[in-house]
Ligand binder design. Structure first.
Ligand SMILES: Nc1ncnc2c1ncn2[C@@H]1O[C@H](COP(=O)(O)OP(=O)(O)O)[C@@H](O)[C@H]1O
Ligand SMILES: [Mg+2]
Length: 460
């Protein structure tokens, strides 16, 4: 029997120490070190031994790329995020909150791959076969070559992969499986690292595309380790409000494609459906009716612009220190915008509560949303309206000037398609006074934007 020893491992970043530390010296998180028992490092690692690769260096010109290197899922939003489908032999991490729909989308993907003649193994470490069957029936998945395997032991999974030799493997989820090679419990950093390592070797040596599902902790990390992100080829986050019906898939790392792509899905009883025109989701009829405290912006999510409504509510406070509440934007961003509005425009929020909401439950972290947020707040404070046919684009500097934003043409094109008439944009973007059917209002300072909004109302 191999000698065992224990190590203290940071569950946030994977830092190892021989004794307990209150604070991780690597990532600075407190109380994150957990004792994990492991076999002596001198013991030959069975997994590593088995996968020793005897390949010799080859000249670049002599290396042949195989045919059909991408597995297309025929779920167009997913294919787009992956850069045209799963790369054969790649290891993909799909991470997201519990209940967001990770199992659903992977099962749908499995169904689609089976349709195109691929053999698929779905390892379910959390749910029983019958639970999966119920879901598959709900999702209308019928397939002759989809294997469901309820299993939590990595060695058993490995031998089944060897026996079945599938084209595509799903591990649902990595936090629930354990390897005999590591003594600590399932879900710990060393288990996750070992199991992912084994899966990576299988994926690479047998050219099997593998999707690993990972849960995200409350503070937004993939539960346990960032370690996982480094090991895999592609990291996809599944996010959205689980109380609303749509979800966003976002690639955070992709060795084989662009990382700024976003795919939008809607959750229905028969599974996740692609949303081809997301603006219809985010801009409902109501957004087109003038209301104080509402402004429409165009954020640039990946390569696709999205029109989003920002709503603000400003009212006198009954607290000693007024409340600032945001939904979908960073609170510190709101504080900064309020400070600029106070100093450069002369509005006073010291006795006012301010609430800002991004409608549709999405997060907007782009600075180009600043001007829209500021106008929503300013118009609400003064009880005037922004013309609902106007889109607002611009980043605000601390001195109150408006900075140019990237991809302005793309954003404006989206506004044209969605039938908007006017756009308030930064002066520095150097555009003419009209763009296709849009009237362009160029602003240098935040005060100009507010004035042009008010005049837009007078004209209307
Ligand atoms: N009968 C149903 N009709 C509509 N949506 C459902 C139904 N059953 C489950 N869902 C949706 O599926 C979600 C769970 O999906 P699942 O793929 O199991 O999530 P995860 O694997 O990420 O934990 C639920 O939060 C719910 O939104
Ligand atoms: Mg699940």
């Amino acid at each position: 029997m191999a000698k065992v020893k224990s190590k203290w491992i940071c569950q946030e970043c994977g830092y190892e120490s021989s004794g307990y530390l209150g604070k991780c010296p690597e990532c600075g998180s407190w109380g994150s070190l957990v004792e994990e028992v492991m076999y002596d490092a001198k013991m030959p690692n069975a997994a590593a031994q088995e996968f020793i690769n005897n390949e010799k260096p080859a000249l670049l010109k002599d290396i042949h790329i195989g045919e059909d290197v991408r597995l297309k899922t025929n779920i167009s939003e997913l294919d787009r995020i992956l850069g045209g489908g799963f790369v054969q032999g790649s290891l993909v991490l799909l991470a997201g909150d519990p209940g967001i729909g990770k199992s659903t989308i992977t099962l749908q993907t499995c169904g689609q791959l089976c349709k195109s003649g691929k053999k698929v193994l779905y390892v379910s470490a959390e749910e029983s076969s019958s639970q999966i069957k119920i879901r598959a029936e709900r999702l209308n998945i019928v397939s002759d070559n989809l294997y469901i395997y309820p299993q939590t032991n990595m060695e058993n999974i490995k031998s089944q992969i060897e026996e079945i030799s599938p084209d595509f493997v799903v591990i649902d989820s990595i936090q629930a499986i354990y390897s005999n090679l590591v003594a600590s419990s399932a879900g710990s950093v060393s288990q996750i690292r070992e199991c992912t390592n084994i899966l990576m070797h299988i994926a690479k040596s047998k050219n099997i595309t593998t999707v690993v599902i990972g849960h995200v902790t409350k503070d937004g990390n993939i539960a346990g380790p960032k370690v996982l992100e480094h090991m895999v080829d592609t990291v996809i986050y599944f996010e959205g409000d689980k109380y609303k019906s749509y979800r966003m898939l976002r690639s955070m790392k992709n060795r084989f494609g662009n990382t700024s792509e976003v795919g939008i899905f809607e959750m229905k009883s028969d599974g996740l459906h692609e949303v081809i025109n997301p603006n219809e989701l985010f801009l409902n009829e109501r957004s087109r009716i003038a209301a104080p405290g509402s402004a429409i912006i165009v954020t640039n999510e990946g390569t696709r612009p999205l029109m989003v409504e920002i709503q603000a509510l400003v009212g006198s406070t009954s607290y000693a220190s007024p409340r600032r509440v945001t939904n979908g934007i960073d609170l510190s961003r709101l504080h900064q915008i309020l400070a600029v509005l106070e100093k450069r425009v002369g509005l006073d929020f010291s006795k006012q509560d301010v609430y800002v909401n991004v409608m549709g439950g999405i997060d907007v972290d782009e600075p180009s949303a600043d001007l829209g947020i500021a106008l929503a707040i300013a118009t609400c404070a003064r009880d005037v309206v922004v013309d609902p046919q106007t889109v607002i684009i611009g980043e605000i500097g601390l001195s109150g000037e408006i900075y140019p934003v990237n991809n302005i043409e793309k954003r404006l094109n989206e506004a044209v398609i969605s039938g908007f008439k006017k756009a308030i944009i930064p002066y520095g973007n150097n555009l003419p006074n009209s763009y296709e059917d849009l009237e362009i209002i160029k602003v240098k300072k935040i005060i100009d934007a507010i004035v042009s909004c008010v005049s837009a109302i007078k004209e209307a």
